[in-house]
Design a protein around this ligand. Structure first.
Ligand code: NAI
Ligand code: UGA
Length: 437
């Protein structure tokens, strides 16, 4: 199958490379010339494990190429839309400018019988509106909505071995052709054991935002319990373990700490509420406002705990911040709780020196006022306190005895409940965490 992927960011670049890996002929298209230059040279424009290898092998086989020229989409069988849908400035709603521009610029190049496949996360109702735009220009092309569930850091494996596929198909006769196209792209290559949900546009769009709303709610649930653990001396990690043994609950996404960030969960729960309001169903999702607020309180709590750890004042204290990405195995700092806390610590008078194994460059672009180190040890040298804000493996593996030699004072905030408190205390550290005594 000949496929284009429009938008080559965290989602689209991985999707393009994986589709080529599955044997398709793929053209990636993006308006960002610098990104296209890197991808054309077989280099990943961001950190994602496994992507560089796929890019090199797919480019080598000639199955994957990239361009900024949308007119080259002419003649392809299927076109994935993978452009960004960020939060609008000063509003909760999603900004659909990029999706609209992508579809409008693609439409004149669509061949009869081609299928446009939406992957971006959009407010319910968007697909039907976009189908109208496409029909007005090329009535013989169809639109399907095929939401994506990959996690950054595991994007390649999630794309090549998805938990499930969702096809949101058009009404009427176009549905069969759209489904056959999607089947040829996925199920033939992935095998028939991937669960498949076939439905209409609105359900497919809602599957995606419901999944992210549920994940965000699960995280905020355990963080709310962490607030209670904090005032009672209980241990939220043990609570999570114990309730997680119940298969109906499950242990995944019950890691309490600094909360969720990134380019998806925060903006998706806000856009979902905004859309519910537009649909006159705002009451249905008011709990998501609480989910958001619990999440944002984690950041304040982390700053307060650091201050407590430093005997009540951050002024002039050197704080080593370990972790800036919104999660490990990513260089993504979009709405990163870690970067937010680093910046708040500095705003409140601390001398912050930060390190992240992959995200320093992105963090520096957003917060050039912060000081950055070349390694965890560099950041921690003569620090009055160390705060771990993203649970990279290299931070979890730190040796408290060795690390204790570097700092000025052995005080540590474990913002992700990723260390063993007993080991650190035994090595003479004053240890604090969110939701754990
Ligand atoms: N990042 C992730 O893990 C996942 C993202 N999503 C959704 O996928 C969409 C994309 O997200 P990301 O890849 O993270 O965003 P991103 O910001 O990394 O990438 C978006 C890309 O689209 C390009 N673009 C913008 N307008 C364009 C146009 N008119 N034509 C061609 N390219 C254009 C941008 O230059 C950029 O490279 C969003 O709706 C997001 O919610 C869904 C699942 C996972
Ligand atoms: O729509 C999207 O873009 C994607 O959003 C999330 O994926 P991602 O943002 O890559 O990362 P997650 O692993 O979900 O983590 C999100 C945030 O929650 C935090 N988190 C996660 C799990 C947990 O138990 N506790 C917790 O605080 C992480 O630190 C991170 O900041 C979803 O997991 C994906 O299924 C979805 O496709």
């Amino acid at each position: 199958m000949r496929i284009t992927v429009i938008g080559c960011g965290y989602l689209g670049a991985v999707h393009a490379a994986c589709m080529a890996e599955l044997g398709h002929e793929v053209l990636g298209i993006d308006v960002d010339a610098a990104k296209i230059e890197l991808l054309s040279a077989g280099r990943a424009p961001f950190y994602e494990p496994g992507l560089p290898e796929l890019l090199t092998s797919a480019s080598a086989t000639g199955r994957l190429s990239f361009t900024t020229d949308i007119s080259r989409a002419a003649g392809y069988d299927a076109h994935f839309i993978a452009v960004g849908t960020p939060q609008k400035k000063g509003e909760h709603a999603a900004d659909l400018t990029y999706v609209d521009a992508a579809v409008t610029s693609l439409a004149p190049h669509l061949a009869p019988g081609s299928v446009v496949i939406g992957k971006s996360t959009v407010p319910v109702g968007t697909a039907r509106r976009l189908a109208g735009i496409i029909a007005g220009v090329q009535p013989e092309a169809a639109l399907a909505w095929n939401p994506e569930f990959l996690r950054e850091g595991f994007a390649v494996q999630d794309t090549l071995r998805p938990d499930r596929l969702v096809y949101g198909l058009p009404d009427g006769d176009a549905a069969d052709h759209a489904k056959t196209t999607l089947d040829e792209i996925y199920t033939v290559a992935l095998g028939n054991d991937t669960p498949l949900v076939v439905t209409g546009y609105e359900t497919a769009e809602l599957v995606k935002v419901s999944a992210n709303a549920f994940l965000a709610t699960k995280i905020s649930f355990i963080n709310a319990i962490a607030e209670i653990a904090d005032v009672t001396g209980a241990d939220v990690t043990k609570i999570a373990d114990a309730i997680g043994y119940d298969a109906r609950i499950g242990r995944k996404f019950l890691n309490a700490g600094l909360g969720f960030g990134g380019g998806c969960l925060p903006k998706d729960i806000r856009a979902f509420q905004a859309r519910a309001g537009e649909l006159g169903a705002d009451q249905a999702l008011t709990f998501l406002r609480e989910v958001d607020q619990i999440n944002m309180r984690r950041r304040v709590r982390a700053v307060d705990l650091t201050r407590e750890l430093l005997d009540g004042s951050l002024l002039g204290k050197k704080v080593a911040v370990l972790g800036l990405a919104f999660k490990p195995e990513s260089d993504d700092v979009r709405d990163s709780p870690s970067l937010d806390v680093a910046s708040q610590l500095r705003a409140q008078g601390a001398r912050v020196v930060a390190f992240d194994p992959q995200a320093v460059e992105n963090a520096r672009r957003l917060h050039p006022e912060l000081d950055f180190a070349e390694s965890a040890a560099d950041a921690a040298r003569d620090a009055d306190a160390v705060v771990i804000l993203t649970e990279w493996r290299e931070f979890r593996d730190l040796d408290p005895a060795e690390f204790g030699q570097i700092v000025a004072d052995k005080r540590i905030l474990d913002g992700r409940n990723c260390l063993d408190p007993d080991t650190w205390r035994a090595a003479g550290w004053r240890y604090r965490a969110l939701g754990r005594p």
